[in-house]
Design a protein around this ligand. Structure first.
Ligand SMILES: [Zn+2]
Length: 459
């Protein structure tokens, strides 16, 4: 049976149920009427006031019985009335996108100068994202990426500006958020929900690659202090912690997660820093899923079975994700959505990825992570941040229920975030609660020429 048949059946069944409930109420009111008539001595004639009041009450009762449910719960909405379903759903659940790279465009094109007429974020930009279109797209929350590129270095420990540049991206993202009253900076899941109730777009920070921390676990802690709530384990380069998907594409070699990477995951779990597995190699995904104590995210990924790119997630990992409790947030980047024919990648391809992930991992484990402003071209039909309602309607037409779509648009990522907060609190209150002090053996150790007191050998 395909989606449309099942929707038609649902519609018929709902209609029959509603009719039968109304009939039942009518009968019950009818019996009441006979009892009233028997007890009283009626005055003949149609203008008998008792009769008029009784009939009016009956009519009112029948109307209330027929409409109360739809007034209170809106359950009488026709399943094929996509517009009403979309409106209701997006007014009840925040749509939270997992990945948007606008701050990186601001860095590249505006040197992070956002004031005055430099960045017309509220009125309109030529890129994928601005405030006006976010409102049209009914965006309820956004993880803004504080991405900087992999450093151009030969050895991993060569000096580079990644940490400085990441701090600048955190700075500009926070200034951007603070500059618009429609945006609300959030560093916890409760804030994201409260902002939605106050009709503001919750704005969170995510870093896109452990190359951004200079091979130092201490920097993960400091990024957390600064409000970053997820870090992608790799971007398009290997780092001291793990192998990237791009490396496997180029060399075929996949070393997965390093021992130092294990230590980083342990610290991220302890902090409640969500572990993002987008961009990582498949072996890295499996290695992390085997050890993490918290649900992971894929902030912007697709399914390998639908689009044969190493950047996408294989089926066995989708099943592992279900056991882990995490979420894969599906992206719109043409080259990954339909790698064999990117030019024609469209909205329906994105829906294919969503349904494939849902069929293997379950509807509790899918989300949306567009990658707007982080990729040159996005799927036809999903051109910018105003497009989300179109995607939701396509998912509805494919047969998903409103409950499933609520999970997809926001409930799942909020659950995963809350779970990370909860597990982190448990770890921090447990016996093995101290911060991880592991350091990367590949780094040059500090030295000092001259004489200083010794910490060891106290007498
Ligand atoms: Zn990316």
């Amino acid at each position: 049976m395909d989606g449309q048949d099942s929707r038609a059946l649902m519609s018929d069944a709902a209609a029959m149920q509603s009719q039968s409930a109304a009939d039942h109420r009518l009968n019950s009111r009818g019996e009441n009427r006979s009892r009233l008539v028997v007890r009283r001595t009626p005055t003949p004639g149609i203008w008998n006031p008792v009769k008029i009041i009784t009939i009016a009450s009956l009519a009112l009762g029948v109307w209330i019985a027929a409409n109360t449910k739809s007034i209170l719960y809106g359950q009488s909405i026709d399943p094929l009335d996509y517009e009403t379903r979309k409106n209701r759903l997006l007014s009840e659940t925040p749509l939270i996108d997992g990945h948007n790279d606008l701050p990186f465009l601001v860095r590249l094109q505006l040197n992070n100068q956002i004031y005055g007429d430099n960045l017309q974020f509220d009125t309109g930009l030529a890129s994928h994202t601005d405030l006006k279109r976010m409102k049209m797209g009914r965006v309820g929350g956004q993880f803004w990426s504080v991405f900087v590129e992999c450093p151009r270095i030969v050895h991993l420990d060569d000096p580079n500006h990644s940490v400085r540049d990441t701090l600048e991206q955190i700075d500009v993202a926070k200034r951007l958020i603070a500059n618009y009253k429609d945006l609300q900076y959030c560093d916890n899941a409760r804030c994201a929900l409260q902002s939605f109730k106050r009709k503001r777009i919750s704005s969170m920070l995510g870093a896109e690659g452990l190359h951004q921390i200079g091979s130092s676990i201490a920097v993960i802690r400091q990024l957390y202090e600064l409000g970053v709530r997820y870090i992608t384990v790799t971007h398009n380069c290997d780092n001291a912690f793990a192998t990237a998907a791009s490396t496997v594409t180029e060399t075929g070699k996949d070393s997965g997660l390093s021992d130092f990477g294990h230590a980083a995951i342990r610290e991220m779990n302890r902090l409640g820093m969500m572990v993002d597995l987008s961009h990582t190699s498949h072996r890295t995904m499996r290695d992390v899923l085997a050890i993490t104590r918290t649900p992971v995210i894929f902030s912007h990924s697709g399914c390998y079975s639908i689009g044969k790119s190493m950047r996408n997630v294989p089926d066995d990992v989708l099943r592992m994700l279900s056991d882990n409790g995490g979420v894969i947030m599906i992206f719109f980047a043409k080259k990954f959505v339909r790698p064999e024919d990117p030019e024609n990648a469209n909205l329906n391809d994105v829906v294919n990825h969503i349904f494939h992930a849902a069929s293997l991992a379950g509807w509790d484990h899918v989300g949306i992570g567009s990658d707007f402003d982080g990729t040159g071209s996005v799927a036809n039909g999903l051109e910018d941040v105003s497009s989300y309602p179109r995607l939701i309607e396509a998912v509805m037409r494919r047969g998903a229920t409103d409950e499933q779509i609520k999970k997809l648009v926001g409930e799942n990522i909020l659950r995963v975030w809350r779970e990370n907060e909860k597990v982190a609190a448990e770890i921090q209150n447990g016996v093995d609660s101290q911060p991880v002090e592991s350091f990367w053996e590949g780094r040059a150790q500090p030295s000092f020429e001259g004489s200083l007191p010794s910490l060891k050998g106290f007498q």
